[in-house]
Design a protein around this ligand. Structure first.
Ligand SMILES: [Zn+2]
Length: 607
């Protein structure tokens, strides 16, 4: 996820990489009659559940996303997708489908930087398919997803919608705010959701279990999404120097502002990118660089063009898809363990700036090795970092290509984003309200980084004094967080409103401190075992809150019923409870041994 918001407070083998050409109409499972159930129906237009109020409009049901072939044809000088620009999504039906949907914000309220794109055609298994754009409906609407009642299609931060008409229904989408001013966070509650659901009707139903391809051709200008907290994300125009290209950081939902997709963190297809751009431009995407092919001048590119091919055999969650285009200095290096490290910087940065950035960028392998001691083997075959020019709202842990904006990188945030490669990227959150789980782990990564510096200053990792300094640093950082008062504890990390989804207190520091406490409760060795087992078990997939908590339960040294119940209360206090303001008694009371607070072990649950 993004790190600090401006203005707002496994197993790789799981991946299925389909042939580059995708499954052609003839080789794909054919469009067939109804599946086992004998009934066919429309796929759900959302992956959320009734009452969900954080981006309930995103994701699509009735199929699983397997692989996506991105085929951008992009003119960087005009920031435009040209004729021929398309994506091919390979999916597997989980029911017999009469129709299904994608997320695609082709136009937005943001006239200046928002998208302005047009769909030319849609094909299913190579056969032309009908398509239309509809508004999302609130999840679980008993009147169905085509409910004619306008109240069923309203935006809100909260549940129910409220707004000017006192709509008692749950929200259908998260409002797109134009500002990060907290006073305006409810200003768009009750407004109509935009029609960003691309509903596709194939010539005949798709049988349950069939693998099918969806090809969408589209042109126009990609752009950014106005978020529920007033920041923007998606495809940022890079115009330094003029006509440079586009810079992609997209959490939580901005990928649909440059390509149609199943836009939900639980949708994790593998990817391959073959982007054709102006000669001289560089494309940066997930995975490894396969080839670069130059083409002579032509109609679309009078000065020539170049096609960059990147491939990720590891699944990529919707908000971690990287696909930036511009003038970059790109280097590639293979470490002893075979992991490739990519470094890219905007070519237009000053030599002095580049040198400073590079000194930090060059630490990625060292950071990865350090973090592997806690998380286990690095989960991907490559890692990388790009420092781009546009001033995006945040830095982001794009999978294997961490994106820094504004021409700058810093070591602390680099540690944070690299920690995400395990937490968020390899093991992803099952839904948006679990954002705290991976932001907490990335914040814990920052705590570890600070502890590592203290350790180095006190004699290094192999000296007793260094090790003591490491532990003291973690305790100190926990205690600083735990001393927070005022509004710090008022939001439950697992129940955010969109405006507070990236709240520094609830989504970052509080769960980060909780992991320090868990390490004390489980013990250093057991804690690491819990992390590594979770990586093995859920790598390439997603995790829910009960699954996460069960993973720590398994490594609790005292497996008594009383200790299990106490750990449950710990999770309820740290992850799920909204306290009254003030701190003190209005904050989690169960902490870890040796930390500020009453500790974990007691008479009923002895250590
Ligand atoms: Zn983060």
């Amino acid at each position: 996820m993004p790190r600090y918001r401006v203005g707002a407070a496994g197993a790789i083998g799981l991946a299925v990489l389909l042939p580059a050409a995708g499954l052609s109409a003839s080789s794909a499972a054919t469009v067939v009659a109804p599946g086992h159930s004998g009934r066919c129906s429309a796929g759900a237009h959302t992956l959320s559940h009734r009452g969900d109020h954080v981006y309930p409009e995103t994701g699509n049901g009735g199929y699983t996303s397997l692989h996506t072939a991105v085929r951008l044809v992009y003119d960087a000088t005009r920031n435009m997708f040209l004729p021929g620009n398309h994506v091919v999504l390979t999916d597997r039906a989980t029911q017999c489908l009469t129709s299904f949907s994608l997320d695609f914000e082709r136009r937005s309220v943001n006239a200046a930087a928002g998208p302005d794109m047009t769909v030319q055609s849609v094909a299913v298994n190579g056969h032309p398919a009908r398509f239309k754009f509809v508004q999302p409906t609130y999840p679980g609407d008993p009147h169905g997803q085509n409910d004619p009642n306008p109240l069923a299609h309203e935006a809100s931060q909260t549940n129910p919608v409220g707004g000017p008409h006192h709509n008692p229904l749950p929200p259908a989408c998260t409002p797109e705010l134009a500002s990060t001013n907290p006073a305006g966070q409810n200003s768009r509650n009750g407004t109509q959701c935009p029609a960003s659901k691309l509903v596709i009707t194939p010539p005949s139903p798709i049988g349950d279990g069939s693998v099918f391809t969806v090809t969408v051709h589209y042109t126009g200008r990609p752009g950014v999404h106005n978020d529920g907290d007033g920041t923007t994300e998606g495809w940022f125009r890079s115009d330094t120097p003029s006509g440079d290209g586009g810079f992609v950081t997209t959490e939580p939902v901005g990928t649909e502002d440059w390509m149609p997709l199943n836009d939900h963190p639980s949708a994790k297809p593998t990817y391959d990118f073959r982007d054709t751009v102006n000669a001289g431009k560089t494309v940066l995407a997930n995975g490894v660089l396969i080839s670069v092919k130059r083409h002579p001048p032509g109609l679309l590119f009078p000065h020539g063009s170049v096609t960059w091919h990147w491939r990720s055999v590891a699944p990529v969650a919707s908000y971690l898809v990287e696909d930036s285009v511009g003038s970059y200095d790109l280097t590639e290096r293979t470490a002893d363990n075979g992991v490739r490290f990519y470094e890219a910087q905007a070519s237009s940065l000053s030599p002095a700036r580049k040198r400073k950035n590079l000194a930090i960028m060059n630490t990625q392998q060292d950071i990865t090795q350090f973090q592997s001691q806690f998380n286990g083997t690095y989960p991907f075959t490559s890692d990388g970092v790009v420092v781009g020019r546009p001033r995006a709202s945040f830095e982001e842990e794009m999978q294997t290509m961490i994106a820094f904006s504004g021409g700058l990188i810093d070591a602390d945030t680099f540690n944070h984003e690299n920690m995400h490669q395990w937490w968020g990227d390899n093991v992803s959150e099952a839904n948006y309200n679990l954002t705290f789980f991976k932001e907490g782990m990335a914040t814990f990564g920052e705590f570890l980084y600070a502890a590592r510096i203290a350790e180095a200053n006190a004699g290094g990792p192999y000296s007793p004094s260094g090790q003591r300094a490491f532990e003291r640093s973690l305790v100190r950082q926990f205690n600083q967080v735990y001393a927070s008062n005022k509004q710090f504890w008022v939001a439950a990390p697992s129940n955010p409103v969109p405006f507070g989804l990236f709240s520094f207190s609830a989504t970052y520091l509080r769960p980060g401190a909780a992991y320090v406490a868990l390490r004390r409760i489980l013990g250093k060795t057991n804690f690491v075992q819990a992390l590594q087992q979770t990586q093995r078990r859920y790598g390439g997939r997603v995790i829910t809150e009960p699954q996460l908590e069960a993973a720590f339960h398994r490594w609790l040294p005292n497996q008594s019923v009383a200790c299990g119940a106490r750990l449950d209360r710990f999770f309820t206090q740290w992850f799920d409870t909204a306290y009254r303001p003030g701190g003190g008694a209005n904050r989690p009371q169960i902490t870890g041994p040796g930390l500020a607070g009453p500790g974990f072990y007691n008479k009923a649950c002895p250590r």
